[in-house]
Design a protein around this ligand. Structure first.
Ligand code: FUL
Length: 409
């Protein structure tokens, strides 16, 4: 999945803060109309395949009735203390076909044993065990690195390896993100990956994830209803995350009623409709294709056959190659899509795209990495032939798809 929804919801939603103190009273938590089906449906309708919930943020309040603390939904007025947000979301995710992930903050401002390292490590493993045992399949576990203890604060040494062992044992297919071995933080909270983005880092597969909020805050604040990011801003984020070989983790925080607010739902609907419109027509689908060389079973046409399981690659051990695509008639486009067959790793280090305009080949784009997906926004060009040249690669380049689209409305 290239789109994951982040759900920041908890005590901060009710105290109207971004980082709670950990001293907030449980009775504050009382979402009158909490509906996890609405969250899961909103995610599904907008094309998000995963959803990650802040089961416990830095303030330590747990959205499930943990056996190991009193600071949870069980002491709140919501459902008379018998509610469990994690359970409701897990069942909603199953209903709508969305995979669920859990965010469990290592930093905990409520837990008295925080700072007593062995005791807190055990507490943390116990909570992780509850989350990974009682709610079905968990696809991703998100360990936030934030800690605001400061020079005189509590010093907790996290026993990361023991946390990872719990995840591997209880949910062997779950990916561990950020403070973990599987998914890498992209380095900012703007939703932007780098122009050169490798999923292979230090010899291992370690793809980046771009986290950003649809609003200024991670948590819902009523005075930010008019600051939901614009459609153009979200599209820019999409091109600079998904289109730069990364996963977009977009935060959409439910309000005090326990619902994703109308402006956010409306914006996500526009976002989905616009992506559907843009990607509905690939001008290269079924185009004729020729290459300067082809490996057996991997013809040029495989890059435009609409089948993600096939790819073009040059013959022998060539690290470069040229693919020419011939459209049945000229088309006007302003977006170029490239994809590598990443089951074999990420390889391409440099490429150039040209279009035949009025009988002359014109450069329309030049860049470095491709990876799972690369989207290059270009000035509109009208052409019936396009040429992609791989100029450098760490191994034989494997191109599974080339596409041309029109963004302009
Ligand atoms: C940060 C946290 O401090 C923020 O509150 C938020 O959860 C963000 C996704 O990660 O490190």
């Amino acid at each position: 999945g290239e789109l994951t929804m982040f759900i920041h919801f908890g005590m901060n939603t009710f105290s109207n803060r971004e980082w709670g103190e950990g001293t907030e009273e449980e009775k504050l938590f009382n979402p009158a109309h909490l509906d996890c089906r609405q969250w899961a449906k909103t995610a599904r309708d907008a094309g998000f395949k995963y959803l990650i919930l802040t089961c416990k943020h830095h303030d330590g309040f747990c959205l499930w009735p943990s056996r190991f603390t009193e600071h949870s939904v069980k002491n709140s007025p919501w459902k008379d203390g018998r509610g469990d947000v994690v359970a409701e979301l897990a069942s909603a995710c199953r209903e709508f076909g969305v995979k669920m992930g859990v965010y469990l903050s290592p930093w905990d401002r409520n837990q008295h044993c925080y700072g007593d390292s062995p005791a807190y490590n055990e507490y943390f493993r116990n909570q992780l065990t509850e989350l990974l045992s009682n709610y079905g399949d968990i696809a991703e576990v998100w360990f936030d690195g934030a800690c605001g203890e400061g020079p005189n604060g509590k010093r907790q040494e996290y026993d990361w390896n023991s946390y990872y062992a719990v995840v591997r044992r209880l949910q062997p297919n779950a990916l561990i993100a950020i403070c973990g071995p599987d998914i890498r933080w992209v380095g900012n909270e703007d939703g932007f990956a780098h122009e050169t983005e490798w999923s292979v880092v230090d010899g291992r597969w370690h793809p980046a994830e771009c986290d950003v909020s649809i609003r200024p805050g991670w948590f819902y604040h009523p005075d930010q209803d008019a600051q939901v990011k614009s459609l153009d801003h979200l599209l820019d984020i999409y091109y600079r995350s998904v289109g730069l070989n990364s996963v977009l983790l977009l935060n959409v925080p439910p309000n005090r009623d326990g619902l994703i607010a109308d402006p956010d739902v409306a914006r996500l609907r526009e976002f989905r409709a616009e992506l559907d419109r843009i990607f509905a027509t690939d001008f290269l689908k079924g185009a004729a294709a020729v290459a300067d060389s082809e490996a057996a079973g991997h013809p040029a046409a495989a890059a435009v056959d609409g089948d993600p399981g096939t790819w073009w690659c040059p013959a022998g051990d060539a690290r470069t190659g040229t693919l020419e695509l011939i459209l049945a008639q000229p088309a006007t486009f302003d977006l170029v899509l490239l994809q590598e067959e990443i089951a074999e790793g990420q390889r391409v280090q440099g490429y150039r795209v040209e279009a035949l305009v009025d009988g002359t080949w014109r450069d329309i784009g030049q860049a470095t990495t491709i990876g799972h997906k690369k989207l290059d926004r270009i000035d509109p060009v009208t052409a019936s032939r396009v040429r992609v040249t791989i100029t450098a690669s760490r191994g034989v380049p494997l191109l599974s798809r080339v596409g041309l689209f029109a963004r302009a409305r």
